[in-house]
Design a protein around this ligand. Structure first.
Ligand SMILES: Nc1ncnc2c1ncn2[C@@H]1O[C@H](COP(=O)(O)OP(=O)(O)OP(=O)(O)O)[C@@H](O)[C@H]1O
Length: 443
């Protein structure tokens, strides 16, 4: 009876704390979600909840499982939504992730269509502990380790997981006491996945060491969550002081504000920095340590290569995180009056006698666009040449930005370099007039 009261009052409390009004319960038919349904039906009137189920169509018995949940809902007069996954990917790789994506896609659709504000899942204490240990084994990233939250935003509302305080065993006990029928998920017994190996082999051993293990994982989770949220407040202030400039695939900021953190704190800082920006980069612990090392070094122009073509550069008082230029994009033809795309920029050249910004004295046969190359030279008024690299220095263009500047060539002669050079400024004899339009496309 004590367990009953504890489960019911906890679910009630969580629903109240997060102000759940109209609730969709994700029910697979397994013991956990059938217990959750049973409990919610005791604390909410029927017009405030419904059941959602997804047939992943991956095992022969999946149809029977849907039928089981559907019949249960029919019998009890609960509103029920279901769908069947038809277009599975051909290969087996990533099937679980694809199934998950489909499942949550349908949950979202159903929530929006039925104006539900809350999705409930039956994740419990064992799921939480398994998740923490899995993330610890795979990455050790503190921000990922505590990823299974009691509440998180979802669709236009939220997901709540009111059973995290209970173990699988307690839920099974509840279902035994109340004779709650459920289906058995066979895949839980094979040891192909890390999760199942932890569940079936590792956790039983660990629990022999301490029966309170799951409560300790939950306690650990709550503390890390709190520590991370405290740290995030401070990191926001630091990022503000860094005066970050974020443009397409490039972030620049001052280093000084980070230096008031010690190395360990910086580990947490950079983890947060990359995790929250969702860049297409998987940053490892080793790389974070390298970043910290060059931040603290005296070297003026140190740089390291990160994963996925990203680079971290430390200049004198700033740092830059940027994505390499795609080498295939180094040279394109530019037909007149057509817009060409070069990386994140678009450029159009038109013949224009009224509002031209470039003039030359003869019609070019080829017009090409590229980024700078070693040895590029610019023609000056006195007929002499200047190295493009020299001009970059004169114009105070930082080294890390120089590769982004576009260079335009008429018949192999540089006639224009984005922002810093136009040949016609030096040789005013031109009689062919062109208008160059350049726009940056923000992603
Ligand atoms: N096919 C399904 N239909 C409806 N709800 C489901 C289905 N599968 C899972 N759920 C819901 O998700 C909860 C967690 O299920 P399970 O542990 O199988 O998923 P997971 O892959 O570990 O977690 P996640 O749902 O976060 O990916 C279940 O208790 C249930 O509430």
């Amino acid at each position: 009876m004590e367990l009953d009261n504890k489960i019911i009052s906890t679910v009630k409390k969580v629903l109240k704390r997060y102000q759940a009004q109209k609730v969709l319960i994700a029910v697979s038919g397994g013991v956990d979600s059938m217990v959750l349904l049973n409990v919610v039906a005791q604390v909410l009137p029927k017009n405030q909840f419904a059941v959602v189920n997804v047939d992943h169509n991956l095992r022969p018995e999946s149809r029977a499982e849907v039928d089981f949940v559907q019949n249960y809902c029919l019998k009890n007069d609960y509103q029920f939504f279901t769908t069947k996954w038809e277009n599975q990917p051909a290969a087996d790789i990533g099937m679980e992730a694809a199934a998950r994506k489909f499942r949550y896609g349908f949950f979202k659709e159903t929530m929006l269509a039925g104006k539900f504000d809350t999705l409930l899942t039956a994740h419990h204490g064992n799921d939480l502990a398994e998740n923490i240990l899995m993330k610890l084994i795979r990455s050790g990233n503190a921000y990922e380790v505590v990823s299974l939250k009691e509440q998180r935003p979802f669709a236009t509302g939220q997901i709540l997981r009111p059973l995290l305080d209970f173990s699988k065993r307690e839920l099974a006990e509840y279902s035994d006491i109340h004779d709650i029928k459920h289906v058995q998920d066979e895949t839980n017994f094979d040891n192909i996945t890390l999760r199942n190996r932890l569940r079936n082999n590792i956790f039983p051993e660990l629990q022999k060491e301490n029966g309170q293990l799951l409560a300790h994982f939950r306690f650990f989770d709550q503390q890390i969550t709190a520590l991370v949220s405290l740290a995030k407040q401070q990191f926001e202030e630091i990022e503000h002081a860094m005066k970050l400039e974020e443009v397409d695939k490039q972030i620049i900021g001052f280093i000084k504000p980070i230096l008031k953190l010690d190395s360990e704190q910086q580990t947490l800082f950079w983890g947060n920095f990359f995790t929250k920006r969702k860049l297409d980069i998987s940053i490892s612990n080793r790389q974070i340590n390298q970043i910290i090392e060059i931040i603290q070094s005296e070297e003026a122009n140190a740089s390291i290569d990160l994963e996925d073509s990203w680079q971290f550069i430390r200049t004198y008082d700033k740092f830059v995180v940027k994505k390499f230029q795609n080498q295939n994009l180094t040279e394109v033809n530019v037909p007149l009056n057509q817009t060409v795309t070069f990386g994140s920029k678009k450029l159009t050249i038109t013949e224009d006698d009224t509002s031209f910004n470039l003039s030359v004295d003869k019609l070019p046969t080829t017009i090409r666009l590229r980024t700078r190359r070693d040895g590029d030279k610019l023609l000056l008024a006195d007929g002499k040449h200047q190295k493009l690299s020299k001009r970059f220095i004169n114009e105070k263009v930082p080294a890390y930005e120089r590769d982004n500047y576009l260079v335009l060539l008429f018949d192999n002669q540089i006639v224009w370099v984005e922002k810093i050079y136009q040949m016609s400024d030096y040789l005013k004899k031109g009689n062919k007039h062109y208008k160059i339009n350049l726009i940056e496309v923000k992603e």
